[in-house]
Design a protein around this ligand. Structure first.
Ligand code: GTP
Ligand code: MG
Ligand code: ZN
Length: 386
């Protein structure tokens, strides 16, 4: 796909040469999105660093281009996300600008945080401060499994735990089907092992608040904070909230995204898929079948999943939530089917079938909930950048 050409002038190129070898067509990765601007890191072939310094009388030209999205993409509703592989046109090397002409097919897509092409989730928990809570950890693990991405589990602050505590957690988590990396950012223990998991991959760091995610990222990407500052400066506005998603380049290759700490991610798993999010249940289902193909592994006869494994209790409690959520969704679906279709010049539209007798004002509680949901959706929408 890419040719090793020395300082090429791709379609529409203007101003100075980039001073380093780039691919033709110009391909890159979106590292950050702010409003309608996309920070695209171009694929650079070979030794970019040294050659960049030599370009244009010592003035270093950017490998990063601040790009807009072609209006054609806007028209077809093509969203551009952090992590997207894109084709860039009309680079202005001196101004560090460009335009995204195409989004390449995605290998994966996460909604929260909104990241395309992620390969792996790095789940960080602390052994102590905050105390490792098995139910919360299980919740995060199940959430991680629903993404279908690879899961790497790290237990931080090992310096604050006794050897006995460390060993007990290691064994316990092996029984859950995971091989955790025990580490301490503060004492630089286990960090090389974490680093070895990250090369040439797009990894999303996740975990509850206060466990040391940012400390880990600062260690892995020493200049991450500098780059954040430079990005905001360029746009002249300080829009870096904790909900902002950005990919950082790892010195040894690979990209890493921090996510704001949240203490309980939403589990949006269908009840019948929940068992596949537990390695323990997967292992049981790999060697035997339940009597009923739609078994939810509660009290059905001849179930191979139900049994004497520690997290079976977690499975049952998450299952209850999943069923309740599905019922709520079904109800929502029913209320949508009470909308009637109406055709007009603009095409088909739906409007509520108002049955005057049955029509009731929504309760104050329902109204407030709706507002809260809307506020949440608005905050989320602002992350899309479109
Ligand atoms: N003892 C000890 N403290 C640590 C270690 N790693 C981080 N900390 C401390 O834990 C606290 C929280 O670290 P952060 O890196 O801010 O945690 P975070 O996960 O990014 O938290 P949020 O941004 O709220 O999600 C800080 O006071 C760190 O200094 C460690 O290995 N050992
Ligand atoms: Mg943090
Ligand atoms: Zn079963």
């Amino acid at each position: 796909m890419s040719a090793d050409l020395d300082a090429p002038r791709p379609q529409g190129a203007n101003h100075a040469d980039p001073g380093f070898s780039v691919s033709v067509p110009l391909l890159g990765t979106v590292l950050a999105v702010q409003a309608n601007y996309y920070h695209v890191k171009l694929d650079v072939i070979g030794e970019a660093g040294g050659r960049r310094q030599k370009a244009e009388g010592g003035k270093a030209l950017p490998v990063m281009l601040l790009c807009t999205r072609r209006s054609r993409l806007k028209k077809i509703g093509q969203r551009v996300m952090v992590g997207d592989r894109v084709e860039v046109e009309e680079p202005d090397w001196e101004g560090g600008r460009g335009a995204i002409a195409q989004v390449l097919p995605r290998r994966s897509m996460l909604d929260r945080p909104p990241v395309a092409n992620a390969d792996q989730l790095l789940l960080v928990f602390a052994l102590v401060e905050p105390m490792l809570d098995p139910h919360q950890l299980s919740h995060f693990l199940v959430k991680a499994e629903t993404t279908q991405l690879q899961v790497c589990l790290c237990l931080n602050k090992s310096d604050l735990a006794t050897e006995d505590e460390r060993d007990r957690w290691r064994v316990r988590l092996q029984e859950w089907g995971y091989a955790p990396i025990l580490m301490s950012v503060q004492q630089a223990i286990g960090l090389a092992e974490v680093e070895a998991q990250l090369g040439d991959r797009v990894t999303i760091v996740s975990g509850p608040s206060g466990v040391g995610k940012s400390s880990l990222i600062n260690w892995l990407v020493p200049h991450s904070d500098l780059r954040v500052a430079a990005v905001s400066g360029k746009l002249g506005r300080g829009r870096h909230t904790t909900r902002h998603v950005e990919l950082f380049e790892l010195p040894a290759g690979g990209l890493l995204a921090d996510t704001p700490g949240f203490n309980q991610p939403d589990l949006d798993c269908a009840p019948e898929a929940l068992a596949t999010c537990f390695p323990e249940a997967r292992a049981r289902l790999a060697t035997a079948n339940c009597q009923f193909s739609d078994c939810l592994h509660r009290d059905e006869p001849n179930c191979v999943v139900r049994g004497d494994w520690e997290r079976y209790e977690h499975y049952l409690s998450f299952l209850e939530d999943a069923i309740a959520r599905q019922e709520a969704l079904n109800k929502l679906g029913d209320s949508e089917s009470t909308m009637k279709r109406k055709s007009d010049r603009d095409g088909e539209q739906y409007e509520p079938k108002l049955e005057t007798k049955k029509y009731r004002r929504p309760s104050r509680r329902v109204q407030q909930q709706t507002l809260q949901n809307m506020r949440y959706d608005l905050k989320d929408a602002s992350l899309d950048g479109d």
